[in-house]
Ligand binder design. Structure first.
Ligand SMILES: Nc1ncnc2c1ncn2[C@@H]1O[C@H](COP(=O)(O)OP(=O)(O)OP(=O)(O)O)[C@@H](O)[C@H]1O
Length: 286
């Protein structure tokens, strides 16, 4: 049967054991071309194990794990040319300038100097080109690592916690870059502990708990589905707080308080992926 070219990552019933420890159990989902997939789970859930399988570093025990329609464990250099990885910040040459760090990789991949300059603009690091990499802040260093990963214009990028420990402004820069890459058709597979980030960035999320995918879907839809905590809270001039479930009857009740001029403030508590995960597993994601 012809393979679907739009499926960039295919996972069917993937299992992985380390001794008696079942790190992944029956993991099944696909990632389509040009989508951002968020892979979420608490520490020890099995995220790194799956990334290692997908990048051909370790084999699965059972099931199908394919990238670009090819078994991950059989990926060759030509396939890796189509993949970018931001798995940690190792491999940065501290004593070289940022430019020379990237140039080193450009030479390995026959990429022009102009493209090296372009990638610095893309990650908003042009001002730091001539700085020694060892002097960079955490956020700048992360963008340098991302620059290296996207330099050869890969079709698929793996990012492990791309904004962990970054200030909100730098995290926003990374988000903007990821959206631009997606616009260009790049497929992005990322892990994050940041639920807001996952909701904002990801087309789909897969929630992993103890090696099992406990839920998969569009973030907003999952939040709607696990809706029980969606409340509207009113602070009244009397000092009392009243809460209503955000359903069809709620609007009338809220309007009534406003008509009586009783309201000091109003806010709604939206369900988020954290509450989805807690209602599924009874535990927090972090
Ligand atoms: N090489 C290994 N040998 C034995 N056990 C392992 C090995 N690699 C992972 N494990 C175990 O498999 C489980 C999943 O680990 P994994 O590193 O994939 O989790 P993770 O979700 O990436 O966690 P974190 O968010 O902390 O990085 C853990 O219980 C871990 O101890």
């Amino acid at each position: 049967m012809a393979k679907d070219k739009n499926i960039i990552i295919k996972l069917e019933h993937v299992n992985k054991k380390f001794g008696e420890k079942e790190a992944l159990k029956d993991v099944t989902f696909n990632v389509s071309k040009g989508e951002i997939l968020g892979f979420l789970g608490p520490s020890g859930a099995g995220k790194t194990t799956l990334i290692k399988i997908l990048t051909g570093q370790i084999p699965s025990d059972l099931g199908i794990a394919e990238v670009f329609g090819k078994e991950c464990i059989r990926l060759k250099d030509a396939d890796y040319e189509r993949i970018g990885m931001v798995l940690d910040d190792s491999g940065v040459y501290e004593r070289l300038t940022c430019f020379d760090n990237i140039l080193f990789f450009a030479d390995l991949h026959n990429i022009s100097r102009q493209e090296v300059h372009d990638v610095f603009d893309k990650v908003d690091l042009a001002d730091a080109k001539w700085e020694k990499a060892g002097n960079l802040s955490k956020g700048m260093r992360q963008r340098l690592v991302i620059a290296r990963a996207i330099l050869h214009k890969p079709e698929l990028i793996f990012l492990d916690e791309p904004t962990s420990g970054l200030d909100p402004l730098t995290a926003q820069k990374v988000h903007k870059l990821l959206f631009e890459l997606r616009e260009q058709g790049t497929t992005i597979f990322l892990t994050t502990h940041n639920m807001e980030e996952a909701t904002k960035l990801c087309d789909h999320v897969a929630l992993l708990n103890e090696g099992v995918i406990v839920e998969y879907g569009v973030p907003e839809e999952l939040c709607r589905q696990y809706n029980e905590k969606n409340e509207v809270e009113l602070l009244l001039k009397s000092g009392n707080t009243v809460r209503y479930l955000n359903n069809s009857e709620c609007a009338d009740k809220v309007a009534d308080h406003f008509r009586k001029n009783e309201v000091v403030s109003i806010h709604s508590s939206e369900p988020n992926l954290e509450t989805v995960f807690i209602s599924l597993t009874g535990r927090k994601l972090i």
